[in-house]
Design a protein around this ligand. Structure first.
Ligand code: GLC
Length: 429
């Protein structure tokens, strides 16, 4: 299977960046790029760093969104995806310097600093040769200021009051696009009335994809962002969708800890202190997102202040984030309910749908992050159990985009990059 996984990355390689899968996702995606780089790192370190270099080519510079890193990077045109670059309207966005690549106008979970740390540790480890070590050192030096700018963008524009909890302004920004957790806050978002043409249904069966109503709201929010000229202050004042997403908050928290470590190692003292102060704030503030009912963290509607009482796998990233609560008992309960790994939504919750996008299926890279957190928190055997279940899924469902947690069947796009990369990093090596 290792050769097959490598072949998928090579097949999806577009000469420096990797598409998630041909056809359905023909561009470079933000958090996919990081996971994919981990996979490249296991057999081609130079190519792995290239993946991140390409991603950061699209980082916005200057203006109120300095440091912004978009969800999609449209390096070359393709007409197999909606919404493409013209829909987002970011060209010449006010106050931004036009950089090498066209992008969307929302971000995605900021995994990058953690991934960079792991790649650097792997590449400078005792069994690596000096040339690889040197390559890693210089790549980290080059990327560090970019990573700092990106984290500061999150904190400055999405938590200007220093509450400790960043806000997201579009479900696609969570990376867990149509999780049932977003249903309540989305119900306040109008449906667009303008015409548009979806492309996803030409690639994947409608039963595994979001509904029309959901897409109407996605388009409304995309157009809303454009109408505000991407102005962070206006967006936080006016955007009808604002959520404290526990996934983004946890991933950002872990990445900021890793970034502090990298900054200290590479002599960026002031930056390390700046980010560490934000980590402290979040560490305290996250307690407000604890659900007694589900015994895990959940997201919160930032508009109404209400907890979104939907247990999602994002809430199992608490140990990964370094939050205080013991993640073990709840993960054990989840594992007892579904045979194949950790579903994106807990199967005992009314929003659970085993086949539909983020409403139930398993995503392998999420399992990998959860297992990593469990191991860090001292739950070695449990981490191993999550890994074993994931390995069984690979064997049964191949390198699919996601999997049915009840049957283990592979779903969505095939020959998927971050799935193959997760296999290479977590299972094969
Ligand atoms: C879907 C997923 C998102 C991912 C993208 C590319 O939109 O929900 O998380 O980044 O596909 O794989």
């Amino acid at each position: 299977m290792q050769e097959q996984a490598r072949a998928i990355l090579r097949h999806n390689d577009r000469g420096g960046y990797t598409v998630p899968t041909a056809g359905l996702y023909p561009f470079q995606w933000n958090w996919d790029a990081s996971v994919t780089a981990l996979g490249w790192m296991t057999f081609d370190p130079a190519r792995a760093w290239e993946e991140l270099r390409w991603l950061f080519k699209g980082q916005w510079r200057g203006g109120p969104n300095d440091g912004f890193l978009a969800q999609i990077h449209f390096h070359v045109p393709s007409d197999t995806y909606f919404p493409g670059p013209d829909e987002w309207g970011t060209d010449g966005a006010s106050g931004t310097e036009q950089i090498g690549t066209r992008t969307s106008s929302i971000s995605q979970p900021p995994l990058h600093a953690s991934i960079v740390r792991w790649m650097w540790e792997r590449g400078t480890g005792p069994d690596q040769d000096a040339a690889v070590g040197g390559l890693c050192e210089s790549a980290v030096r080059e990327l560090l200021p970019r990573l700092v700018a990106h984290h500061l963008w999150w904190y400055r524009t999405r938590d200007p009051q220093r509450t400790g909890l960043v806000v997201n302004i579009h479900p696609w920004e969570s990376g867990m696009d149509n999780s049932p957790a977003w249903d309540a806050p989305l119900s306040r978002v109008p449906r667009t009335t303008r015409p548009y043409e979806r492309r996803d249904l030409g690639h994947v069966d409608a039963s595994m994809r979001p509904s029309r109503e959901f897409y109407d709201r996605m388009v409304y929010l995309m157009d809303f962002n454009r109408a505000q000229r991407f102005e962070p202050e206006a967006l936080l004042r006016l955007c009808p969708y604002q959520v404290h997403d526990i996934g983004i908050i946890s991933i950002l928290q872990r990445a900021s800890r890793d970034l502090v470590h990298l900054c200290q190692t590479f002599g960026l003292v002031a930056e390390a202190a700046q980010i560490a102060a934000r980590v402290e704030l979040t560490q305290r503030a996250v307690q407000a997102l604890w659900s007694d009912r589900w015994q895990q963290y959940v997201s919160r509607d930032a508009g109404t202040g209400e907890l979104l009482e939907v247990p999602c796998s994002a809430g199992l990233l608490a140990a990964y984030a370094g939050f205080e609560n013991d993640a073990g008992p709840t993960v054990r309960a989840w594992l007892a309910e579904t045979p194949f790994g950790l579903p994106s939504t807990r199967s005992t919750c009314s929003g659970f749908e085993p086949l539909r996008y983020w409403r139930g299926p398993v995503w392998q890279h999420i399992n990998m992050l959860i297992a990593r957190g469990l191991a860090d928190q001292g739950h070695g055997a449990l981490a191993q159990e999550v890994r074993t279940r994931s390995e069984q899924l690979f064997a049964r469902g191949g390198f699919s985009e996601y999997y049915d947690p009840l049957s283990g069947k592979g779903l969505g796009g095939k020959s998927f990059s971050w799935t193959a990369a997760t296999y290479l990093h977590w299972i094969a090596s």
